[in-house]
Ligand binder design. Structure first.
Ligand SMILES: [Zn+2]
Ligand SMILES: [Zn+2]
Length: 800
């Protein structure tokens, strides 16, 4: 980026171009559409003779009008000069004049070589001649209109119409709905416009789309300024006629919501979010990207992963001259410190331009932690809730080290954790238990962990703490003594190259338990969740998910179905619960409908639903609680005063099965309900499955909104277990042990192993070492290398 003064320009020209024939040009128009008739007339009146238009010099008087639909570059020819010392005065007058007409910029065109040199009093790129406003911090902010890319408004993405979805069938006519977003022929302005176009171009709206002349179809899709005559019926019964231009179906779709409710509703089906073509996703104006440090613009620097950035920041200082180094010193120091903090908390794989929306909870928590480490505060109590979630073992150690640093600076840190390393690193340990839900709620141990080290195994067992048992290895997850070879069939994915995947091939043996491991950011999710899973779900369920780029997939027919079991909630309303999700509640209602009590009263199964009118309390619509909206505060649930939380009308509650009302059943824990319905074949297996995945403590009617991600995932798993299995399904689980206790992990592993024993394939993305030790095959992803897929050998039993 350079910048000149008036006299500076004159002396550079004299110095470098002495004796060479040249034109002095003042840039007037750069890359804008128009015929510019008025401009040329004004220039003639002012006495100028020549202009350079799109690279050619013309006499103003003989210039024919320009194509108004094309962008033009127009420069005014100010003077023809041969710079030498004697022409100094004339040159400097001409330069002043050129700078005046060119608003601070001018170009020098050498007549013999055709070489062009740009000068500007503003900041300017010497190669392109683009001149820039003085930079300010907002120039580099995509949140500011001065910095944001004008096309995508700083989002980096734009909506683009997908032609194959807009015209899926060229045989259909416009009238029959050939242009899908506008639907079939109706009496609307839009169709009258298209009839107008049809008349003008000599086709009918009832012709197949493939027979419509290309110009006309382009006009319909992309619009133009061209006027079209449309006719309609006036209120008086006669016909009206007017000339209008047509904006095109695509712009109606891309611009979105304002243009008719029907179009906007369907909009999402016809557009894709694509990287903004103007800024290439950098979100910034071209001007902002013109400023470079060490050859890189701000978008390129922001795209670096944190550890690359650290290297770059270290190297860049060397390349600055003395003055630049002085200006940059403080900024560089700040940048280096903050980059180091982020690396210390295990986020070296993040780039600065990652949107916060795409960060996991653990990652955002660690970013906040990194800012705290830099703040140098003392006497602060930090409370962290499972910060190690999603962290690889190696990064976990870094996290622990940074927490210790915060402590050493004079702060207290309280961490709620399952992670063994975190627990044993604590100065003080509080253990809660012994079980979950109703079986918990007591403090089993509170003290320095070293106290436990001195206990004998029997003393440890007498604490009654699963956690301490696992840590001291009084209890442990056994590594399987045999690995399954699989059923001989494979699923093979070739050439996966989305996100950071390096054109990799993946061969998965079927009928096995497969672990996918790797540090955070190594591409596990890109490979499994964003490539493999969408491919399979398009195949099995015609889903619209787009997989990341890949070359081919083989062996998809070796699998019957895909079951994804994630941690998303099983329902978003307080009305859904494990009983409704697993469908066991349908069976329970049937059972109540068949009781003697119900038959006497004429109640059917529907009477026992809390989701429909009939037997439920209408005051709370069967929720048992009422939601009180508090302005500006989170809503509060209070017990319904009409039914006192019992969800049903008194006569519904009067119906008993083995002495219990329907609400008593919803209040039972899953373990209690399992024993209660032991002899009901339609109900028992579903409850048993829930109990087996370790959810025995959850109440049957517990609102799904109060279940954790891990609990929701296990409800889904239980539902699958209770279902008829083809024994040839592919299960995909993403970090199912997140937030689980050692004992819960053991239970979960047992369930998964059972699914594989039935012949299914389970793919599990995990950090948990106990899980990874238990799989048959391991796919290990490295951050910058290809994955290794290898069978695990049976291990020697761990010796102690
Ligand atoms: Zn853009
Ligand atoms: Zn109620």
């Amino acid at each position: 980026m350079v910048k000149y003064t008036d006299t500076g320009i004159v002396s550079v020209i004299l110095e470098q171009y002495s004796g060479k024939r040249a034109l002095l040009l003042a840039p007037l128009v750069s890359g804008r559409k128009g015929h510019y008739k008025d401009l040329f007339e004004t220039l003639v009146r002012k006495g100028f003779q020549q202009v350079r238009v799109d690279g050619r010099v013309y006499d103003l008087l003989s210039l024919s009008p320009l194509d108004r639909y094309k962008p033009h570059f127009i420069e005014l020819v100010i003077d023809k000069v041969i710079p030498d010392d004697s022409s100094g005065k004339r040159l400097s007058e001409s330069v002043m004049s050129a700078l005046h007409h060119g608003k601070g910029s001018l170009s020098l065109l050498l007549a013999d070589s055709g070489e062009i040199r740009h000068f500007s009093k503003n900041l300017m790129c010497p190669v392109s001649g683009l001149s820039f406003p003085e930079p300010a911090p907002y120039t580099f902010s995509f949140n500011s209109p001065q910095g944001a890319c004008p096309r995508c408004k700083g989002l980096g993405m734009v909506s683009k119409a997908d032609l194959s979805k807009i015209i899926p069938d060229m045989e259909l006519s416009i009238g029959a709905g050939g242009i899908k977003p506008v639907g079939e022929m109706r009496n609307t302005l839009l169709f009258r416009q298209m009839e107008g176009i049809a008349k003008k171009y000599g086709f009918s709206v009832h012709d197949p789309v493939k027979d419509i002349p290309e110009d006309a179809l382009n006009l319909i899709l992309f619009g133009s300024d061209e006027l079209i005559r449309i006719t309609g019926n006036s209120s008086g019964g006669g016909s009206t006629s007017q000339m209008v231009s047509f904006g095109g179906v695509i712009s109606m779709i891309e611009q979105g919501p304002d243009d008719g409710e029907e179009l906007s509703q369907k909009r999402e089906r016809f557009v894709q979010e694509v990287v903004c073509p103007l800024c290439n996703g950098s979100r910034l104006k071209e001007e902002a990207l013109g400023f470079k440090i060490d050859g890189l613009n701000i978008a390129q620097v922001s795209a670096m992963e944190m550890d690359q950035l650290q290297l770059w920041l270290a190297a860049v200082e060397e390349k600055l001259d003395k003055r630049q180094a002085m200006i940059a010193r403080d900024v560089l120091k700040e940048l280096r410190e903050r980059t180091n903090f982020l690396i210390e908390v295990g986020l070296e794989y993040l780039s600065l331009d990652r949107s916060t929306r795409s960060l996991s909870g653990g990652e955002s928590q660690r970013i906040r932690l990194a800012t705290q480490i830099g703040s140098k505060l003392v006497n602060v109590l930090y409370i962290l809730d499972e910060p190690s979630i999603g962290l690889h073992q190696r990064d976990n150690r870094k996290l622990i080290d940074s927490l210790k640093r915060l402590r050493d600076e004079g702060n207290s840190i309280m961490v709620v954790e399952h992670d063994q390393e975190m627990i044993t690193s604590a100065d003080w340990l509080v253990d809660m238990g012994p079980g979950a839900g109703e079986k918990g709620g007591r403090v089993l141990f509170s003290g320095e962990p070293s106290v436990i080290d001195q206990m004998t195994p029997s003393e440890i067992q007498s604490l009654g703490s699963y956690t301490i048992d696992y840590i001291k290895e009084v209890r442990r997850i056994e590594t399987p003594s045999q690995r399954r070879p699989g059923n001989g069939k494979v699923l093979e994915l070739k050439g996966a190259k989305g996100n950071n995947l390096k054109n990799i091939d993946l061969k998965i043996p079927l009928g096995c338990f497969i672990g996918v491991s790797g540090v955070s950011g190594s591409g596990k999710s890109s490979l499994v969740n964003e490539t493999l899973m969408p491919i399979l779900s398009r195949h099995f369920y015609r889903s619209l998910m787009d997989p990341l780029p890949y070359d081919s997939i083989n062996g998809i027919n070796n699998v019957d179905k895909l079951i994804e079991i994630d941690q998303t909630p099983i329902g978003r309303t307080p009305r859904s619960n494990p009983a409704t999700y697993t469908n066991v509640f349908t069976e329970i209602r049937k059972l109540y409908g068949e009781t003697q009590d119900a038959k006497i009263r004429g109640f059917k199964a529907g009477r026992f639903s809390f989701n429909i009118k009939g037997g439920r309390c209408e005051e709370c619509k069967g929720a048992g609680v009422q939601v009180i909206e508090m302005n500006f505060l989170p809503a509060v649930n209070v017990l319904c005063k009409s039914c006192n939380g019992k969800r049903y009308l008194p006569d519904t509650l009067a119906v008993k099965y083995r002495g219990k009302s329907i609400n008593d059943v919803l209040e039972m824990t899953i373990s209690q309900a399992m024993r209660f319905f032991e002899n009901v074949p339609a109900i028992f297996p579903k409850l048993k499955a829930l109990d087996e995945v370790g959810l025995g403590y959850v109440k049957l009617g517990q609102s799904s909104t109060t279940l954790s991600g891990g609990e929701s995932q296990r409800v889904k798993l239980a539902t699958e277990l209770a279902r008829y299995s083809t024994g040839n399904s592919l299960y995909i689980l993403d970090e199912p042990t997140t937030g689980l206790h050692f004992e819960d992990v053991r239970v979960l592993l047992e369930v998964l192993q059972r699914l594989v024993d039935q012949g299914n394939t389970v793919i599990i993305i995990e950090h948990n070492l106990d899980v990874l030790r238990s799989v048959d095959y391991l796919v290990d992803m490295g951050r910058r290398v290809a994955p290794r897929v290898e069978p695990l050998l049976p291990q020697e039993p761990r010796s102690r």
